[in-house]
Design a protein around this ligand. Structure first.
Ligand code: ATP
Ligand code: MG
Length: 365
């Protein structure tokens, strides 16, 4: 079996604690299933800065470019608040995204049945929820030029950001969304604000044309992004895949995150374009949560977001769909058994630490 190369970048805070559980899982899979994962280790964030003064070294960056997939923990913490801006911990993740050209950010919002009743939302709204937000990650108002503050004189200044999208950017992100929809419920909702934005008009046109040319079998709807935000809270189960731009995706995926409970539960994936020769996409998988310095080192972090990120890696980088399904089912089963880390603890359940949660999931897998 061909080797499957993974680069592990645990990072800072609870990153290494969560990554340790995935490392155990990989070892178990190799032993029991002969999955042939080969792992390399690298440094990113504050721990990389401490080791060599950079948020990620050129050597680790080269490993990331060569790997089939990168697993990323989390970066940052108060220890590095004063380091120079260019080498701050977050710069490591930004360089990975930029050099790997990770233009598609996938954020699932899944509500595990066992947690539906402890959600802050009505149970019928979130029970069985399984949506996927596909956010454009390398364009739009975050990067468009001009981007500046101009001094207008007499005490007035002008802040300018520019939303820019080219046809190819909209084509490739909508292509990802349509392809993913085919593996799910075959439905895509595209969100923009074509009523007030020219980039929204183009977005709508290109998504429509891409759909017509290559993905006519998928059901496509368009929604204005503000109305989409409202619908996401009102009745989120109406959606399967949502595709949207960088800014709306940032906001809508945080809204969707709140539907499902703790940050400690949420995985994400960032994908690049398929290689012209091999057809493989560069990919990075990371939990949505950060380094959580307040609980780091206590052994209480929830490893589920990191483990679920690895499930996405199995699904999207290695097409190991059955294994990904089983891993997600193992997470659900452990929750059904009543095991909870502190962040998702509720009355009558059994509180466990990071290691015990990881062990229980591996045992069910
Ligand atoms: P960042 O700037 O890196 O996003 P942040 O402070 O905004 O960091 P997080 O580090 O993601 O946010 O976490 C916010 C809080 O949520 C943490 O302080 C922690 O209490 C809780 N939390 C986050 N992730 C987890 C986890 N995996 N397990 C338990 N609690 C978590
Ligand atoms: Mg944050």
């Amino acid at each position: 079996m061909a080797t499957r190369n993974l680069l592990l970048l645990p990072g800072d805070g609870i990153g290494p604690e969560a990554m340790a559980e995935v490392r155990k899982l990989i070892t178990a899979m190799n032993e029991k299933l002969g999955t042939g994962f080969a792992t390399e280790e690298g440094r990113v964030g504050g721990s990389a800065y401490d080791a060599h003064g950079q948020a990620i070294s050129d050597a680790d960056m080269a490993k990331a470019m060569a790997a089939d997939a990168v697993l990323f923990g989390a970066v940052g913490g108060p220890k590095w608040d004063a380091v120079p801006y260019e080498v701050r911990p977050e710069a490591g993740l930004l360089r990975l995204r930029k050099d790997m050209e990770l233009f598609a950010n996938l954020r699932p919002a899944i509500c595990y049945p066992a947690l539906a009743s402890s959600s802050s939302l009505r149970q019928e709204v979130v029970e069985g929820l399984d949506i996927l937000i596909v956010r454009e990650l390398t364009g739009g108002v975050y990067f468009g030029e001009p981007k500046q503050i101009i001094d207008l004189g007499n005490g007035q200044k002008r802040g300018i950001d520019t939303q820019v999208y080219d046809t190819f950017e909209i084509e490739r992100i909508s292509g990802v969304a349509f392809e993913l929809a085919r593996t799910r419920q075959n439905r895509v909702t595209s969100m923009e604000k074509r009523n007030v934005m020219k980039s929204g008009v183009l977005w709508n046109e290109v998504v429509t044309a891409t759909h017509k040319a290559k993905y006519a079998d998928v059901k496509l709807d368009h929604m204005l992004a503000d109305a989409g935000g409202m619908q996401l809270v009102r009745w989120p189960k109406q959606f399967d895949v949502i595709v949207t731009d960088n800014l709306f995706g940032d906001m809508l995926s945080d809204v969707a995150a709140m539907l499902t409970g703790s940050l400690g539960m949420l995985p994400s994936a960032s994908l690049g374009a398929p290689d012209g020769v091999t057809g493989k996409r560069k990919a990075l998988y990371e939990p949505v949560h950060g380094s959580a310095p307040d609980i780091a080192g206590q052994g209480i972090a929830n490893p589920i977001a990191m483990i679920a990120s690895f499930a996405m890696c199995l699904r999207y980088s290695f097409n190991m769909v059955a294994e990904a399904d089983r891993l997600e089912a193992a997470i659900a089963a452990v929750l059904d058994d009543g095991l909870r880390t502190k962040d998702i603890m509720s009355e009558g359940k059994t509180e466990v630490g990071t290691t015990a949660m990881g062990d229980a999931i591996i045992a069910k897998f």
